[in-house]
Design a protein around this ligand. Structure first.
Ligand code: ARG
Length: 451
């Protein structure tokens, strides 16, 4: 080891000095080829404007510049060759961000999912859902809740370039009280699943330990279940399931390790307890009241309201064998959550796009844009919630959510005008992640040479 470092430095020196004839094992310094993506329109969520005839100049995995096509020569020195992808009349946008997914799973049948499948079934199919999500234009997701650390393995494989998928922030198992939303309720007390790695923890010391354990194995963010939920068999949908002391401990511990906390909370009281504890975002926020809205504004807490999936649950979950108790809970939540979304929007809360995809099919993430517009957002606001606002929530405001110099070259394109009809985002024709084209249905011949 002692002799390794000096020889590495020497190799770098040689490669720079004699770049025409690099020594074996030397590090080459290469000029990266430029890639240009141009289109008739570009939505800039940072300014809320749409620009005409723009070109995004990409170097490696990053955006180097965004310029009017007419000014391209100013950015690309004469004599430099660059690959150009001309998307014609299409509209370019930054890659979309879903702040609330469960990308490792998708329900098929209530009892079969529980009793006939193991975590290995989930592990072998998760990559399909990751790919569908990416191909739907979601180049970044925050995955908030997956048992058995399957989300960490998925994220790592995507990061290593082994499988296609969105950039992922992953939480691992969601912290839950015994009998809470993250527990398996309603079964015989004799039913146990050996070896399942979940997020069950009770009491201040145990929740702190669970946060540490999640971080030890790879959590980017901590998810806690502050109140009861819909798709689990406990009684009330909104009852708090952690004490204030437990919520405070979870947030405090996460912050010690530099991590943010997302709190699942439907109930009025639990929402306020989570905000007071200092969580970064409240998920669902279904029964938020005026005081909760005021508290969220005061604390700068993001609300992530999954207002599309009620349609899917009510249409499909009976067929999937979900118990009536669960369907009855959804009936309580669906409409009120949408009304409270409008209230929170009017009050000026920070609303980040999060769908709970995994409750409904992966790849359908963009269906929520329409619901958001029906319930009061302008299409631009809905797009901002899934780009700039979402990037702020993730703590990546300088990495994703915008097409600007230094940001990841994550971009999508649609034919049609998403500001006139936001549903065109349900049919993304072109997806690039980190400078690599992962989908292109817009042009038959994507590549050409530019002098
Ligand atoms: N994962 C959530 C829960 O089980 C889904 C709630 C879906 N319903 C809704 N209206 N957002 O609580």
């Amino acid at each position: 080891m002692r002799s390794f470092l000096p020889s590495l430095f020497l190799a770098v020196g040689l490669a720079t000095a004699l770049s025409a004839a690099p020594q074996p094992g030397a590090v080459e310094t290469k000029v990266l080829p430029l890639l240009v993506v141009k289109a008739a329109h570009l939505v800039d969520p940072a300014t809320g404007r749409v620009l005409a005839n723009q070109a995004v100049v990409i170097e490696g995995d990053r955006v180097k510049a965004v310029v009017a096509v007419a000014d391209l020569a100013k950015i690309i020195p004469a004599g430099t060759s660059a690959r150009v992808v001309d998307l014609g009349a299409a509209t370019l946008l930054p890659g979309l961000i879903d702040c609330h997914t469960h990308v490792t799973s998708q329900p098929e049948n209530f009892y079969e999912d529980i009793f006939r499948k193991s975590p290995i079934d989930e592990a072998v199919t998760a990559h399909l859902y990751a790919r569908r999500t990416l191909e739907a234009g979601f180049t970044t997701i925050r995955n908030v809740g997956a048992d058995n650390y399957i989300d960490f393995a998925l994220r790592n494989a995507i990061e290593a370039g082994k499988i296609p998928g969105p950039r992922m922030l992953a939480s691992g198992p969601a912290l839950s009280a015994t009998g809470g939303h993250g527990d398996l309720n309603g079964m015989s007390p004799y039913v146990h699943f050996a070896g399942n790695i979940d997020g069950i923890a009770d009491g201040v010391d145990a929740v702190r330990k669970k946060v540490r354990e999640n971080i030890k194995y790879g959590a980017d963010v901590i998810k806690m279940l502050a109140t009861a939920g819909v798709l689990s068999e406990e009684e009330a949908v909104g009852a708090p399931q952690y004490t204030q002391a437990e919520m405070n401990a979870i947030v405090d511990e996460a912050h010690l390790w530099g991590k943010r906390v997302a709190a699942h909370a439907h109930g009025t009281e639990g929402i306020k307890m989570a905000i007071r504890a200092g969580v970064t975002s409240v998920e669902h926020a279904s029964f938020i009241d005026d005081e909760g809205i005021a508290l969220a504004k005061e604390h700068g807490t993001w609300l992530v309201m999954d207002i599309y999936n009620d349609d899917y649950i009510m249409a499909e979950y009976g067929r999937l064998g979900y118990p009536d108790k669960i369907l009855a809970k959804e009936r309580l939540v669906g409409r009120t959550q949408r009304e409270n979304f409008t209230k929170a929007l009017k009050a000026g809360c920070k609303l980040a796009f999060g769908t709970d995809a995994g409750v409904y099919p992966h790849g359908w993430n963009a269906k929520q844009f329409h619901t958001m517009v029906v319930w009061g957002m302008t299409p631009m606001q809905a797009i901002q919630s899934a780009t700039t606002t979402a990037a702020d929530l993730l703590g990546w405001p300088d990495k994703v959510g915008q097409l600007a110099p230094g940001f990841y070259a994550d971009l999508i394109a649609v034919s049609g005008d998403p500001l006139a009809d936001v549903t065109v985002l349900e049919h993304v024709g072109f997806v690039m992640k980190g400078g690599q084209i992962v989908k292109n249905n817009l042009t038959a011949e994507p590549a050409e040479r530019m002098e």
